[in-house]
Design a protein around this ligand. Structure first.
Ligand SMILES: C[S@@+](CC[C@H](N)C(=O)[O-])C[C@H]1O[C@@H](n2cnc3c(N)ncnc32)[C@H](O)[C@@H]1O
Length: 435
């Protein structure tokens, strides 16, 4: 066989480029062009000239990170967190808080125009958040470093599995802002704690919970010692061998509704935004006493219970058995008997669903980032007069919206919810009405 000369591919990784940033994409990265390739640049803002280091180069694109801002945008601000450059939690602290929603608006406009050819979106006022101390739940990663014989605590680094040790986190609610240094000191007093692999924090309305996941047995005296050191926090020890026993389940309240949950259930992390989101959903849907609501991806019944106050009936569907159990319990303790919950994987065939009924006339969806395409393409959409789509991913929202528009719906209202300030996450509520 003929042998042709093929030059060795030289790696461009680590090389610096000077780039002029044209826009920011839906993940908060600067977008520029270089020799016919699209460059996505972490830490760069529209209008800026930056020096960027190449992380990865492919046939049509370059991934890079800003190493020097030569001409800063007037929207640029100093990050308030000293670990911002290393930690993977926030991506947009360099963009002034007041400009972050403007950027998210533009990103959604572009995605809707691309996927569903809808322009001039019917934007409503956004749901705002406090810029700091908004996050009531988080997961801390832990690793025992054999070289220093220390347990290290922190968040995963941006685009890596490395743990970034941090002292404080200003986006966590007040009781947890400085928990890192306190935990690091306490957990390094005894080797007994060295098998702790992660720690879950939850600032519930009825107490602050700290769940410690460990792989080896920890003697009771060491558990008691930590409990005394972290006085005021409710500690839970989880070695994965049996169901956790809660002295009292964590809970949050919205109006007169009380929601109990377990730490492995999904709960919305921004308390204030969640309350305003539920209220907005209630107002936008404007349900009548005849309406029968299908709430897909319902979790512990966050939306379902409020909707049940107004509607004739609500059917909630969720894939996590544990969340469904809590949703049923929450309906019972809130004395709502017109809401039923079912456990079902919504990527599966609708023909196997025992919860679907032709008389359901309002659809509410709140899927995870992968969106709701699988179930939406199977549902007989013509039976619904309204669809309320709560989204945590703008790309899947725009894609799924195209399907709804094609099925005869019109986008009536759309609004951002600033659930995670300073991050690239875009949370949106969209109301579709049948044309
Ligand atoms: C964004 S959360 C929303 C939960 C709830 N609506 C709330 O406001 O708290 C998405 C929910 O969808 C559930 N989920 C994810 N994939 C699913 C699937 N394939 N089938 C059913 N439920 C799923 C998750 O367990 C989670 O509870």
């Amino acid at each position: 066989m003929a042998q042709f000369f093929k030059a060795k591919a030289t790696s461009s990784k680590g090389k610096n480029l000077e780039l002029t940033i044209e826009s920011i994409d839906h993940q908060g990265r600067g977008v520029a062009k270089h020799q016919g390739k699209v460059c996505f640049v972490d830490g760069a803002l529209a209008g800026e000239c930056v020096k960027a280091q190449i992380q990865q180069e492919k046939a049509k694109l370059i991934i890079a990170k800003t190493v020097k801002v030569m001409t800063p945008s007037e929207q640029r601000t100093a990050a308030f967190c000293q670990d911002y450059q290393r930690c993977g939690g926030c991506q947009l602290q360099h963009l002034g808080h007041e400009y972050q929603l403007e950027h998210k608006h533009k990103a959604l406009d572009a995605l809707f125009s691309k996927f569903s050819k809808v322009t001039d979106l019917p934007w409503q006022l956004p749901i705002e958040s406090e810029p700091t101390n908004y996050r009531r739940a988080a997961r801390i990663a832990c690793i025992f470093d054999t070289a220093s014989r220390q347990l290290k605590l922190g968040f995963r680094g941006s685009k890596s599995k490395q743990i970034v040790e941090i002292q404080r986190c200003e986006v966590l609610t007040q009781p947890f802002t400085d928990i890192f240094s306190r935990l690091t000191e306490a957990l390094n007093k005894h080797k007994a704690y060295s098998s702790i692999s992660h720690i879950q924090l939850c600032d519930a309305d009825n107490g602050q919970y700290v769940l410690l996941r460990h792989t080896k047995k920890i003697e009771q005296k060491y558990k008691d010692e930590l409990e005394n050191t972290l006085h005021g926090y409710q500690l839970l020890w989880d070695d994965g061998s049996e169901n956790l026993v809660y002295r009292q389940l964590p809970s949050y309240q919205v109006g007169k509704l009380n929601f109990e949950f377990k730490l492995d259930n999904f709960v919305q992390v921004n308390r204030v935004v969640n309350e305003n989101m539920l209220l907005q959903a209630f107002n936008w849907l404007d349900l009548s006493a005849q309406d029968r609501v299908l709430d897909l991806f319902c979790g512990i019944g966050n939306f379902s219970l409020l909707m049940a106050k107004q509607a004739n009936e609500v059917i909630g569907v969720e894939g996590s058995q544990s969340s469904v159990a809590m949703a049923k319990q929450n309906a019972h303790t809130n004395q709502l008997n017109n809401v039923q919950f079912y456990c079902f994987d919504l990527t599966q065939q609708l023909a196997q669903a025992n919860w679907f009924e032709a008389s359901l006339n309002v659809l509410l969806l709140d899927p995870s980032r992968t969106g709701a395409y699988d179930i939406l393409k199977q549902l007989p959409l013509t039976q619904f007069k309204k669809v309320l789509y709560v989204s945590c991913d703008p790309v899947t929202l725009a894609r799924d919206s195209a399907l709804l528009i094609e099925a005869g719906f019109e986008l009536d209202k759309i609004g951002l919810m600033n659930m995670f300030p300073h991050t690239g996450h875009i949370e949106t509520m969209a109301l579709f009405q049948r044309r």
